[in-house]
Write a protein that binds this ligand. Structure first.
Ligand code: SAM
Length: 209
């Protein structure tokens, strides 16, 4: 297993923020969220790992949602693109102080692939505590060979740490095994509008009553 030091994502968060600024197209992302959220009884959404808030801005164009975001990176929050009615908090989501059952949906887009293995369960647990109804997980579900040609610096426990120029980018791993006490509503392996930087898919989980 890679050490925490190998996973120096503070630099990565800044790098992602700078890359995302030029690459993310909010209207294009909105098309994806329109399909993903269609028909769901959801009026409030909290994005864990929202970075500058592109997804929240995309969702805002779709209707009158109550929107919240949290990100560990103060650089990302400082450079946020959101107006003040989208409430952003700089914190570790696993230790965040949102009230339990306080939003209809927790969204995690490109977050879990950043986390060290030990951080996965606390983040997912917190998502299920805060959400009343749904967790929308958007992440890299593709096999490693479908990724752009990046070097794989470490392969451990069937997890792949994908690096670019020696710097850690993200883990490819089986997220599904961490989602046990919930119902899978859908799984879509390829969401072109959300794959502006890397291939992304989506799984919607419903909390068990
Ligand atoms: C790949 S970026 C994804 C950004 C955004 N969700 C998007 O789709 O454009 C992952 C983000 O997760 C944040 N992050 C990593 N660990 C976190 C944690 N424990 N709590 C909150 N945010 C975290 C990083 O700072 C980074 O901004």
């Amino acid at each position: 297993m890679g050490s925490r030091a190998m996973n120096n994502f503070d630099d990565n968060a800044k790098r992602w923020t700078d890359v995302a600024k030029g690459a993310v197209n909010i209207p294009v992302r909105a098309k994806a969220f329109k399909r993903l959220l269609k028909g769901l009884p959801v009026t409030s959404i909290l994005e864990a790992g929202c970075n500058m808030g592109f997804n929240l801005m995309a969702i805002k164009t779709l209707g009158n949602y109550e929107l919240y975001g949290s990100d560990l990176s103060d650089y990302a929050i400082e450079h946020a693109v959101c107006p003040p009615d989208i409430k952003l908090t700089c914190c570790d989501f696993a230790k965040s102080e949102y009230q339990d059952n306080s939003v209809d949906m927790v969204l995690m887009c490109g977050l879990l692939n950043w986390l060290h293995y030990d951080e996965l369960e606390p983040v997912i647990k917190r998502a299920f505590e805060i959400s009343r109804k749904y967790i929308l997980l958007i992440d890299h579900f593709h096999p490693p060979d479908s990724f752009p040609k990046l070097s794989q610096d470490a392969i451990c426990n069937l997890e792949y740490l994908v690096c670019n120029q020696g710097k850690p980018m993200f883990w490819i791993r089986d997220f599904e095994k961490h989602f046990k006490r919930c119902t899978k509503v859908y799984r879509r392996d390829k969401i072109p509008e959300l794959s502006d930087i890397f291939p992304m898919g989506a799984i919607l989980y419903k909390k068990e009553d």
